[in-house]
Ligand binder design. Structure first.
Ligand SMILES: C[S@@+](CC[C@H](N)C(=O)[O-])C[C@H]1O[C@@H](n2cnc3c(N)ncnc32)[C@H](O)[C@@H]1O
Ligand code: SF4
Length: 404
């Protein structure tokens, strides 16, 4: 990826919007995301600039249909009035009438905050529970205990959104299989619609990676991942959930909470990425550099041209992650003249022969035995990508180039 400014997206039909709020009250050492410690003055700079960035895009997105607005972090509600002003701006300029999804932190989601989000039109929440065991939460440097996490989840479910997802992390330092079972049962008992589980990865550029002086991404022991995943799958399936992605389980016929699976999207805020079909680009990570660049021009740090083949591969990557590869979706998006078989024969055939995917509903689905291995494979790509791109963008506001 290189530092050039691609043209504005003008002819996007179905597009997702993303807003990144890069502030947290406590910086968790394992966290690979772009986040800084919350300060009023820095937030003011950030807020002013996000409004300017929205204005820059507004004339170009006039003809677009918006499929969702996703608000990620950081901790998006760390300054709720500021967030609501930005959301109002987005809603007014883009006439949004789509799902609005937000990531929440257990210590920043009081009842009043949840009510305001609901009143504003937020439809789906994800709460970063991580663990419900105090000892483990301390081990990973979280600033809340298990009771706070569970009570916050209860408030979210009681407020009544279309979907509530709980994020849990596993293979954590000091975590036994029994601790993990307790965590899963605790969130199931609160009646969440979806459970997402992530094994702890240590990135070299994260505070944890720096303190451990690791040079490349450290993966947890794979046999431990397997046994914890096996327990996760059997416990959630027996509690009435269905697997909806490699790391997520959802109650039947509920809406899926997902941050990463829109095809085309436009991102606002430091480190927000955009995928327009013609280009993939990412904003500078640094809040001050972001604020200095706006409103003169977009604060894009690195860009990459995307051709049809790459766009199709990107689509396939996320469909495999979601375990279903639908022929109709593919044709609808790329045109009737294309098919999964004519474009991905060299990938689909060997995976089918190895029993990792099978024919399903005119397309393909990832088999139970394939889910683990296919994701291990996908993970290597995404860990590499996150490590190279995010690592470089955290080091320099305007990196010279990054090879993915
Ligand atoms: C942006 S955070 C969630 C929202 C909120 N900031 C919080 O921490 O509660 C997204 C999720 O990614 C997961 N995550 C963060 N760092 C991770 C890591 N190093 N390895 C695996 N999962 C990670 C956690 O489950 C976390 O809840
Ligand atoms: S895990 Fe969440 S709260 Fe912790 S630093 Fe990352 S974004 Fe902030």
């Amino acid at each position: 990826m290189f530092p050039y400014e691609p043209s504005y997206p003008t002819d996007l039909k179905r597009v997702g919007l993303y807003l990144h709020v890069p502030f947290c009250k406590n910086l968790c050492p394992f966290c690979p995301y772009n986040r800084v410690e919350y300060q009023d003055t820095l937030f003011e700079q950030y807020e002013k600039s996000v409004h300017e960035e929205i204005e820059l895009y507004t004339p170009h997105l006039k003809g677009s249909d918006f499929v969702s607005l996703y608000i990620g972090g950081g901790t998006p509600t760390v300054n709720l009035p500021g967030l609501l002003r930005i959301l109002n701006h987005l809603k007014n300029n883009f006439s949004l009438s789509c799902d609005i999804c937000i990531e929440l932190h257990p210590a920043n989601m009081e009842t009043e905050c949840l009510k305001e989000l609901k009143q504003f039109g937020v439809t789906m929440l994800s709460v970063g529970i991580e663990s419900t065991t105090d000892r483990i939460l301390r081990n990973i440097g979280r600033n809340h205990d298990g009771e706070t996490a569970i009570k916050s989840l209860r408030r979210a479910v009681e407020t009544g959104f279309d979907a509530v997802n709980a994020d849990l992390m596993f293979v954590l330092p000091g975590q036994s299989l029994k601790d993990w079972e307790n965590d899963l049962n605790a969130v199931i008992n609160e009646g969440v619609d979806q459970v997402s589980t992530y094994p702890l990865f240590s990135f070299p550029y994260s505070d944890l990676g720096q303190s451990q002086q690791i040079r490349s991404v450290k993966r947890p022991d794979s046999s431990l991942i397997r046994s914890m995943l096996k327990l996760t799958d059997s416990l959630l399936i027996s509690s009435g959930y269905e697997r909806c992605a490699v790391w997520s389980w959802l109650k039947p016929s509920m809406k899926k909470f997902s941050s990463i699976t829109r095809h085309h999207y436009v991102g606002f805020g430091p480190s927000a990425a955009s995928m327009t079909g013609k280009d993939f680009y990412v904003n500078t990570f640094d809040v001050a550099s972001y604020a200095e660049t706006l409103p003169k021009k977009r604060p894009i740090a690195l860009s990459m041209a995307v051709d049809l083949r790459l766009e199709m591969a990107y689509w396939l990557y996320w469909r495999v992650y979601e375990l279903k590869i639908q022929q109709n979706d593919f044709k609808e998006l790329f045109g009737k003249e294309y098919s999964l078989e004519s474009n991905f024969q060299n990938i689909l055939k060997p995976f089918q022969r190895a029993g990792m995917i099978e024919k399903w509903n005119g397309g393909y689905q990832v088999t139970n035995s394939g889910a683990y291995w296919i994701h291990r494979l996908e993970n290597e790509y995404s860990l590499n990508y996150i490590n190279r791109l995010w690592g470089s963008c955290r080091k320099a506001s305007w990196p010279k180039e990054v090879y993915l």
